[in-house]
Ligand binder design. Sequence first.
Ligand code: GAP
Length: 473
Amino acid sequence: MSDTRNEPSLETIISLAKRRGFVFPSSDIYGGFAGVYDFGPLGVELEKNLKAQWWKKMVYERDDIVGLDSGIFMSPNIWEASGHTKGFSDPMAECRKCNTRIRVDKVLEALGVTADEKMSDDEINTLFDAHRKEIACQACGAHDFSRVHKFNLLVKSNLGDFTEQGSAPSYLRGETCQGIYVNYKNVLDSTPVKIPFGIAQIGKAFRNEISPRQFLFRTREFEQMEMQYFTKPENEMAEYEKLREYRWQSLLDLGLQEKNLRWKQHNNLVFYAKDAWDIEYNFPWGFDELEGVHARGDYDLTQHTQGSGKPLDCFDQETAERFIPHVIESSGGVGRLFMAMLFDAYREDTLGGDTRVFLAFPPALAPVKAMVSPLLKNKPELVEKAREVYTALKKDIPQVMWDDNGNIGKRYRRQDEIGTPFCITIDFDTLGETPELKDTVTIRSRDTATQTRAPIDEMIVMITTAVHMNSFS
Ligand code: GAP
């Protein structure tokens, strides 16, 4: 086995993801639907495992954080109060020749020019005009774009709107955290939590992204994992530092390689934010945002107090004063983490003269934990014993696959490519051909491609233990 290589291109990962049933383009047989992806049989397992690990870190391992599952639809007044109906927009321009739309801040960024989100229409137009000549339409090559205007990203619906003209729209949520802010008082009143405490939620969010790009990185439908932590004002920044450390360590515990992660501080803070940092992952196009940790002050609860007319303040027993809790947030996308995991786990080495591809997922995240197969599928006694082992293993670990197709080498390669950490083979020694090896099986390790032999019950304990650990080892 040669040295392993680990620098897949975006195209390599997109192709593997489709070929092996991780991710399919939406509406594939109809030519696709931009900004939406479907998770296939293996993708849904990896996604479930990532969400389960996040929940474990953010809820089960914390006494001060509880969960929530709020609706995708909420009162449109919430999006007014939060500022989304007015300010949740990106700058857009259209090609006058072919109508292709561009997200102006991203196009300028590619030229090394920063467009601040707080810029007025005139300011961004002046900046854009200064660089127009350098910007060609990617679809038709023309250098002929319209004036820049701000495009609101909220996705409208007619749920509960019977006006026919759509004049009273409701919105699909643009971020999950608004459901947390508006339920914060309900949680405080109905559970034993006390300030400081957090509320965690995983769920879908929708944004009318102008130019969805880079596979799962920027999509129009995506899932967020968000936790909002409510603190006394004077403790906000200390809690913020703790949360930053906690999130960094959580990503390492998940198995991501530290060399592929880095912190980036926001240069242009929104007016209410005290501080904002992103954890970036080293994607093939460079370091880019994986998740954010933000100190949001009392902005959210103040806005919803004003919007709803309901007081959202708390009573401080020590000072006998009322205060509005400050919020620190951890916010990440499931799709971005999913993609980072695929890049991070991808390996190529040379085995028996051929290039081998394998995904070195930690067992806890692998979609399939083990594959069981009889050495030969035309020997009923081997098949019967293998089925027995398969059933026994499946009792403890449901994500076990049966495979008796093709020769054993091909089966191993198929499992390597989907990241299955262990392959169990039942051979004639398992049946007792060598008496001292009766009821033992071979366990082939994905990462080293080596085999060991162990009794069936020991193999089950070994695999179960590995699956319940969080590390690559
Ligand atoms: N509540 C704060 C918030 O929503 P954000 O930076 O807009 O902040 C948080 O989003 C995270 O959600 C991002 O770090 C990213 O992981 C994910 N995300 C945001 N927009 C996305 C999109 N269009 N496609 C996929 N993931 C997205």
